[in-house]
Design a binder for this molecule. Structure first.
Ligand code: SAM
Length: 268
């Protein structure tokens, strides 16, 4: 893949994927044929081109950079099923652009990857119209998303992700596969929305709120946070089988979700 951009913009996270094997691997992670695709951050169209080879029904690409928007529009002008949009994905109303069974692809701009990911979980009607998310993050962020309890990366992102999504597959992409070469490796993760969620959390923002309270004091015991949140923390310790001496990462995600349910039941 030849890159024509003269000076990639760091501020827009422009590290272009230039390895055809990796591009192929990303688009064959799931069945693209006859699906409606939304691609975040089209760049020069490397991923778009590989998605097209898999015969999707349609592709909508969103790109913020004016120059790249024009490059993409020129490159795909004769493809009837490709639509290029110029805009900021952070202001994007996903619901308006997804159709039943959409797949969202994105080699995400690193500086806003967690924000985009959070929006795809929280700022969208649920269940979502998308059937799959195939997203590339910097490896460190990917590790936070897939982290299990009792590990150092476990926290807000893993809880949010685990509440609504299942991870089907993941793989590492070397920093050598990009131009310009970033400082760190990347991780591609394939997610699917969870079908049945047994936890009745009404406000997803409470997951963010509670995890921020607990994990901002990651090494401290949870008793102080619990006293702040609950009138009768003893009852909660007993019912969800946790202890005031636990650290936040000792509480598994099911226990966290139960804790948030209890918090909401107290009228919060
Ligand atoms: N898809 C291309 C590839 O794989 O080579 C480009 C990926 S590059 C990591 C991220 C792309 O997202 C860049 O083209 C950048 O201009 C675009 N971008 C950055 N911020 C954006 C935003 N807020 N909204 C939409 N696109 C954005």
């Amino acid at each position: 893949m030849k890159i024509s951009v003269l000076k990639p913009k760091k501020s827009l996270g422009q590290n272009f994927l230039v390895d055809n094997n990796v591009l192929k691997k990303i688009v064959t992670t799931t069945k693209v044929e006859e699906s409606n695709i939304l691609e975040i951050g089209g760049g020069e169209g490397a991923l778009t081109k590989f998605i097209l080879m898999e015969n999707p029904k349609s592709i909508t690409v969103i790109e913020k950079d004016k120059y790249l928007y024009h490059t993409l529009s020129e490159k795909f002008y004769n493809k009837k099923n490709v639509k290029i949009l110029k805009g900021d994905v952070l202001k994007f109303r996903f619901d308006d652009y997804l159709s039943e069974n959409s797949i969202i692809f994105g080699n995400l701009p690193y500086n806003i990857s967690t924000k985009i990911f959070t929006n795809l979980i929280t700022k969208i009607s649920w269940p979502p119209k998308y059937k799959s998310l195939i997203l590339m993050f910097q490896k460190e962020v990917g590790e936070k998303i897939i982290a299990k309890f009792k590990t150092k990366n476990y926290g807000r992102l893993s809880l949010l992700s685990n509440f609504r999504l299942d991870v089907l597959n993941k793989f590492i992409v070397s920093k050598n596969c990009f131009f310009p070469k970033p400082k760190v490796d990347s991780m591609v993760i394939h997610f699917k929305p969870k079908k049945n969620n047994k936890f009745e959390i009404k406000e997803i923002k409470n997951i963010e709120k509670i995890s921020n309270i607990f994990f901002s004091k990651r090494r401290k015991m949870i008793n102080k946070s619990m006293n702040k949140l609950f009138n009768n923390p003893e009852k909660i310790y007993k019912s969800i089988k946790i202890s005031p001496n636990n650290r936040p990462s000792d509480i598994n995600n099911h226990q966290f979700f139960q804790l948030i349910e209890a918090y909401e039941k107290e009228g919060n």
